[in-house]
Design a protein around this ligand. Structure first.
Ligand SMILES: Nc1ncnc2c1ncn2[C@@H]1O[C@H](COP(=O)(O)OP(=O)(O)OP(=O)(O)O)[C@@H](O)[C@H]1O
Length: 231
């Protein structure tokens, strides 16, 4: 049995009778960042939902530090140290930014966010405003902030940079790199090649529900994968 931090073996899943993913396998080590790229509709979000526990598998397995988790519900996976930031930023519009940041904790303490507020001061400035009054990019940052503050062993992020300004994408890279330095693992679905170049150790490209290419990050990455991402 593999003692990699996170292992996916021959995963297949879909929606009802529609199988979307087949034979997905990869490993992610401690302190390693795997980026998942691919054109729209190839199954990237479906994969993240299957890893998080939102979507049951048809077959295959998922292990965290050697423990099989594919039959566990979302909250049990979360309890084992798996955090998930979905593509559609999860913010509760009528609640304040502060409430959005604290509602899943027992206390109202914002200390766990201080290092994130330092990079994203707009979030601190807007603590008392309703989350619904934030721009789309700011809501993505709010969701990102909440997920990264959980300090989980394995973090799943689905297109965290969608609609986010370039300067804040750089700050997201900084946050992700410090998580990796703490030997945590990050799996990111991403279209933004600059972010991928800034954070990835390895990149997987998907098409039609399968992995069609896998490569290490390096100077040739952009050349190597951009053809595979063209529509
Ligand atoms: N809830 C659902 N019910 C049925 N089919 C779905 C559902 N969600 C997604 N699909 C289908 O699964 C396939 C993969 O979609 P998915 O959202 O995983 O792709 P994606 O690579 O994340 O695309 P994007 O980059 O546009 O987010 C598509 O054919 C899509 O129509």
């Amino acid at each position: 049995m593999s003692m990699q931090q996170f292992t996916v073996q021959n995963l297949a899943t879909g929606y009802g009778d529609l199988q979307v993913l087949q034979d997905i396998s990869f490993d992610v080590g401690a302190g390693e960042c795997l980026c998942i790229a691919g054109r729209n509709g190839v199954g990237k979000t479906t994969l993240m939902r299957a890893l998080s526990g939102e979507l049951p598998l048809i077959s295959g397995g998922i292990q965290m530090q050697g423990t099989e988790i594919s039959a566990l519900p979302t909250n049990r996976r979360h309890g084992l140290g798996l955090s998930y930031g979905p593509q559609d930023s999860v913010t509760f519009a009528p609640l304040s930014v502060k409430e959005n940041l604290t509602l899943h904790y027992q206390d109202q303490n914002l200390e766990r966010y201080e290092h994130l507020f330092a990079l994203f001061p707009r979030i601190r400035e807007r603590l008392e405003q309703s989350a619904g009054s934030l721009s789309g990019g700011e809501r993505k940052i709010l969701s990102f902030t909440r997920v990264m503050a959980e300090d989980a062993q394995v973090v799943l992020l689905d297109e965290p940079t969608e609609g986010v300004a370039p300067e804040n994408i750089d700050h997201m890279a900084t946050v992700i790199r410090s998580t990796l330095q703490a030997r945590h693992s990050v799996i990111v679905v991403e279209q933004n090649l600059s972010l991928i170049e800034a954070i990835a150790d390895r990149v997987i490209v998907m098409d039609h529900g399968a992995i069609i290419h896998e490569t290490a990050n390096g100077p040739e990455l952009r050349n190597e994968i951009s053809n595979l991402l063209k529509v």
